[in-house]
Write a protein that binds this ligand. Structure first.
Ligand SMILES: [Ca+2]
Ligand SMILES: [Ca+2]
Ligand SMILES: [Ca+2]
Length: 209
């Protein structure tokens, strides 16, 4: 009689589970490598489903967000430096602080804008109130989509400070330009959640309630 593998239940489960675990691991790695544009919600659809009695509209806040979207609320006048002039943005958690690591997407406005390089918003504040190292968003409908790190989520209770070159930050006649801040898991501001707004140097707290 030829040898045959014992048909114990342990073998049966192992044959099903091991490939599934390998597949799940491969999927996780795929997500890590897939770039930073329009990723699914960080904790997945199943976790984001509203619990019994919970308002589904508040549910995304439980999961955290990948991006802060900083949008200009100004009129856009200002020639070479139209709209909000942003040197840097800082995310503050109870035990850690982060500066912008990447700009996932940007729509910068202003036909005469001389400060259109959104990468100048990355890293610690470095303008030192001189005409250097900032981006002018360009007025209404202009925005930048900011990531503080591929493994850093924006969560309820976090504070976000916007270093906008302004009378509140500098002693050089800079204007306090208005802006608003949203959080999202994609790069479309129309699908983002509103957090708050400010004018010049200022901060908002992520608090949907
Ligand atoms: Ca300006
Ligand atoms: Ca800067
Ligand atoms: Ca300004």
């Amino acid at each position: 009689m030829p040898w045959s593998r014992p048909s114990s239940p342990v073998w049966g489960w192992a044959e099903v589970l091991v490939p599934l675990l390998l597949l799940a691991f491969a999927c996780l790695n795929d997500e890590e490598d897939s770039g930073s544009i329009d990723l699914p919600p960080p904790c997945g659809d199943t976790v984001c489903l509203a619990a019994d009695g919970e308002d589904p509209d508040t549910c995304p806040w439980d999961c955290g967000f990948r991006y802060a979207i900083l949008a200009d609320l100004g009129g856009g006048s200002g020639g070479g430096t139209p709209g909000a002039d942003v040197d840097a943005v800082q995310l503050r958690k109870p035990r850690a602080e982060y500066w912008v690591e990447t700009v996932a997407y940007a729509e910068i406005g202003g036909p005469e804008n001389q400060w259109t390089d959104p990468s100048l918003i990355i890293g610690p504040s470095d303008s030192e109130c001189e005409t250097q190292n900032f981006v002018s968003l360009g007025g209404k409908r202009s925005f930048v989509v900011l990531s503080f790190g591929s493994d850093v989520l924006l969560e309820v209770g976090d504070e976000i400070e916007v270093f906008e070159l302004s009378a509140r930050m500098c002693d050089n006649g800079s204007n306090d330009d208005p802006w608003e801040l949203l959080v999202a898991n994609g790069t479309d501001p129309s699908a983002a959640e509103y957090v708050g707004e400010g004018r010049g140097l200022g901060e908002v707290e992520i608090d949907p309630w």
